[in-house]
Ligand binder design. Structure first.
Ligand code: ATP
Ligand code: MG
Length: 413
């Protein structure tokens, strides 16, 4: 009998079998980031809508189409967070983190919400791990950040990730460049595909990705943002690249790399795994030197990234084994309560232990011990001394009930 209720479209239940891999991503991230001096922050699942409208950008897809927004009982306009950076910056300002040693290095993990078309690897609620370093304009921070995400990906066993790297320059030089690019596209519009021609005003950078032969020819000669960086931005980018080379992080320069958020300046990057098909982005980020000021703070440089847990799990080549009980206690009817007592004592002593709670006969309990993958089972039988049986070798030894916990504890020799 199943209910007619289903998880909402684009959402999913992460059942127990999915947990080992998801937990590995989170545990590995925590280990890596805390080792690098990043402290965890948790921010609310919902924020004032205007935080995202301002912080992410009114014209982005995220703000214009993808937000789950609602009005609460007090007539406040609220939104389920679609990304983490705006919230972390709000918290930075709200809690005076400018007074902390700079940069403030923070990381987070949690659910995010975007009303997108559900597909493999694209959901309406998904889990992100993210990191932000706020308060330094050093290109070393850009490189540190990128290296951290590269290391996370490789610690998870993912070997087919490619890093694309670009620089957007400052807000002004980017705007000037986009105008130049529009002019160039208009001057060559007879060679362009219709689709690209239709997007000259709204999204001229799209032209770089077009497969259309004529467009590709035009774009091979097109000016790129990387050619138009001003001296300071170009120098910053040179240092980022040089440090990545030093650290052994390989990248491809992508002059057309754009990200779906308005706040980026200078360095932008994205890791993709071709094996994931259409939804290939596993994580990305960049520098956002203008965002804190946009949210009402003093000009404060910052850089960060976010990675998608579901996509990382999809890209991981190895199965992550489920944890299993070490000890399964099998008991005949007279010993059921004693079995529970033993299991509780074992757990208190640090041993993972389980027992039958479905009143199975002892034979069924042995099967259950096998099914859950227990390393050993303890058999409590009224007619004899307790027996410890190694499930793999079948070897059995008798142990007095009073000695069992000590005998089976991790520090027992
Ligand atoms: P995409 O190009 O796939 O839409 P994005 O540029 O919107 O990604 P970001 O906002 O940078 O992604 O988020 C960082 C990461 O979060 C992405 O690289 C991806 O792994 C993951 N992610 C983003 N949107 C979703 C989603 N709807 N479902 C699952 N994971 C997502
Ligand atoms: Mg997106």
């Amino acid at each position: 009998m199943s209910s007619s209720f289903k998880a909402p479209r684009g959402t999913f239940d992460a059942l127990p079998e999915k947990q080992p891999a998801r937990r590995l991503v989170e545990d590995t991230s925590r280990l890596l980031l805390e080792r690098a001096g990043y402290a965890r922050i948790e921010t609310p699942i919902f924020e004032e809508t205007s935080l995202f409208a301002r912080g992410v950008g009114e014209s982005t897809d995220i703000v214009s189409k993808q937000m789950f927004s609602f009005t609460d009982q007090g007539d406040r306009e609220l939104t389920l967070r679609p990304e983490g950076t705006a919230s972390v910056c709000r918290a930075y300002l709200e809690h005076g983190m400018q007074k902390w040693p700079q940069p403030a290095k923070l990381w987070y993990s949690g659910p995010f919400f975007r009303h997108e078309r559900p597909q493999a690897g694209r959901y309406r609620q998904f889990q992100q791990i993210g990191a932000e370093a706020i308060g330094s304009d050093s290109p070393l921070v850009d490189a540190e950040m990128i290296a951290l995400l590269a290391d996370l990906i490789s610690m998870l066993g993912i070997t087919d990730a490619r890093l694309r790297l670009g620089s957007l320059g400052s807000v002004d030089s980017r705007a000037a460049y986009l105008e130049e690019l529009r002019g160039y596209l208009r001057a060559n519009d007879s060679e362009l595909s219709e689709e690209v021609r239709g997007r000259i005003d709204s999204n001229p950078l799209r032209a770089f990705d077009a497969d259309h032969e004529g467009t590709a020819k035009v774009m091979a000669e097109a000016p790129t943002m990387l050619d138009r960086l001003d001296a300071a931005d170009a120098e910053h980018f040179e240092v980022v690249k040089g440090v990545l080379d030093d650290l052994g992080v390989t990248y491809e320069l992508d002059p057309s790399l754009v990200r779906g958020l308005d706040y980026y300046t200078r360095t932008v990057f994205e890791f993709t795994c071709d094996s994931l098909g259409a939804q290939s982005g596993v994580g990305g980020g960049g520098r956002y030197d203008g965002l804190i000021e946009q949210l009402g703070g003093r000009p404060t440089p910052a850089v960060g990234w976010a990675a998608g847990v579901e996509r990382l799990v999809l890209a991981m080549p190895n199965q992550v084994p489920e944890p299993r009980a070490e000890i399964f206690v099998v008991a005949d009817d007279e010993n059921r309560k004693r079995a529970l007592r033993l299991v509780v004592d074992l757990r208190r002593a640090g041993v993972s232990a389980d027992l039958d709670l479905a009143e199975r006969a002892t034979k069924g309990q042995m099967k259950q011990a096998d099914r859950v993958g227990a390393k050993s089972c303890v058999i409590l039988d009224s007619d004899r001394e307790p027996v410890v049986r190694d499930m793999e070798s079948g070897e059995q030894v008798s142990v007095a009930l009073s000695n069992l916990v000590e005998r089976l504890s991790p520090d027992a020799s």
